[in-house]
Ligand binder design. Structure first.
Ligand code: ZN
Length: 109
């Protein structure tokens, strides 16, 4: 399967644009290009019930992030702090760099 092109990467700050966490911001903990999904800190929390173990005898309910489709998040520009669509610029002799459509700031160094 061909990996999907993600506009966001691990470490990016993004804003959720649809779903129950709409309007929330978080940092991308992990990107899954093959599935087109991202794991965002504090977003799309699901409740996991765990069985009692020797370490945690009472068992427990844990909140944990679940990956959400990357199309539901937008990159927040590190310079102008606005949610932005991502453009691409070809650096001289280098790889493609992501560029903010608002301020023209390159998101990748
Ligand atoms: Zn910007």
């Amino acid at each position: 399967m061909r990996a999907l092109k993600l506009n966001v990467r691990t470490g990016d700050t993004v804003i959720v644009i649809s779903g129950k966490d709409e309007g929330k911001r978080g940092k991308i903990l992990k990107a899954f290009p093959a599935e087109g999904k991202v794991l965002v800190e504090g977003i799309n929390l699901v409740t996991k019930h765990s069985r009692p173990t020797r370490k945690v005898p009472q068992g427990g309910i844990n909140k944990q992030e679940a990956p959400l489709p990357a199309c539901k998040v937008m990159l927040i520009c590190p310079r102008c702090h606005r949610p932005t669509r991502v453009g691409y610029a070809i650096l001289e002799g280098g790889p493609k760099a992501r560029v903010c459509k608002h301020c023209g700031e390159t998101a990748d160094k």
